[in-house]
Design a protein around this ligand. Structure first.
Ligand SMILES: [Zn+2]
Length: 164
């Protein structure tokens, strides 16, 4: 059986439940139901404004933003959701050094909540390099549902993967 790469760090019973939903062809509908809201952040310019607005609201004192772009080559798993691996340190360090925020293109057509979640994640890296406690506190400060959204994003990516 193919491993569920986006859920690799989760307990077997969770993965089993997700497999069931995929086999019954229900995962996509479930997510579409819960996250029905699309967003209008299409271009890099719009993305910059969106990120800047969130930063102004929650992280005004952090260093100014550099470049903000959608990146079609970015692998979400490596660059945003590597919470259980050491890769995250390198990834965070790079972002902090460059003040650049790259968002994987998959988020352009993802529900509005997932775009917000990933932007919150990247903004938090401007202050905290690692995926540590302070990092996640910052994330939940900006988005109280952060942890639920991150889990559901993993489901969403798993669903996209299953459809390929
Ligand atoms: Zn990260």
């Amino acid at each position: 059986m193919e491993p569920l790469k986006y859920l690799a760090g989760y307990p077997p019973h969770v993965q089993e439940r997700v497999r069931e939903l995929i086999e019954q062809d229900r995962l996509g509908a479930m997510l579409a139901d819960k996250y029905a809201q699309a967003h209008a952040v299409r271009s890099d310019g719009q993305l910059y404004e969106y990120v800047q607005a969130l930063k102004d609201r929650h992280m005004r004192k952090a260093v100014p933003l550099g470049k903000v772009v959608y990146d079609s080559k970015l692998q979400v798993m490596k660059h945003a959701l590597g919470t259980h691996t050491a890769i995250s340190r390198v990834h965070g360090g790079k972002l902090k050094a460059s003040r650049e925020i790259r968002i994987a293109t998959v988020f352009r057509d993802a529900p509005a909540e997932f775009l917000k979640m990933i932007v919150v994640h990247e903004l938090a890296h401007m202050k905290e390099t690692d995926h540590n406690k302070a990092f996640y506190q910052l994330c939940t400060h900006m988005e109280p549902d952060y942890h639920q959204l991150e889990f559901d994003l993993r489901l969403f990516l798993t669903h996209l993967d299953a459809g390929r």
